[in-house]
Unconditional design. Structure first.
Length: 126
């Protein structure tokens, strides 16, 4: 780093903390858990005592749900990034027919299962 762009001790500490958080998140994800930042966000929300959520319900629909005794605990978030490999297809054969690309279908199903699993983990922390 050039001498005119020296970082302050606070910057170094933030960088070190971010690196530690990234490593801890990686270990947590490999063990089937949630990233550290998600765990912090959920614990802060529980401690604050007020739920954060959004809804696409209309006012009437929301009133009906509320009258039935349902209360939103919070909003959970889940995502899954998946890289799909390639699948051999017979594109220039005389008997080419339409068929499912099973590698792609299986990858989408597995990504959805991972995302739903993380949603369940976040909901359990609330």
């Amino acid at each position: 780093m050039p001498f005119w762009k020296r970082s302050s001790p606070e910057d170094e500490q933030r960088r070190s903390q971010a690196l530690q958080d990234a490593e801890a998140s990686q270990r947590s994800l490999e063990a089937g858990g949630l990233p550290i930042q998600a765990q912090r966000r959920l614990s802060e929300e529980v401690q604050a005592g007020h739920p954060l959520f959004t809804s696409d319900l209309s006012v009437k629909e929301f009133s009906l749900v509320r009258n039935q005794g349902y209360t939103a605990l919070s909003q959970v978030m889940g995502s899954s990034i998946y890289q799909v490999g390639w699948q051999f297809t017979r594109t220039f054969s005389w008997n080419t027919t339409a068929y499912e690309l099973t590698n792609v279908s299986n990858a989408h199903q597995h990504a959805a299962q991972l995302a739903l699993g993380r949603l369940e983990q976040e909901a359990a922390l609330l």
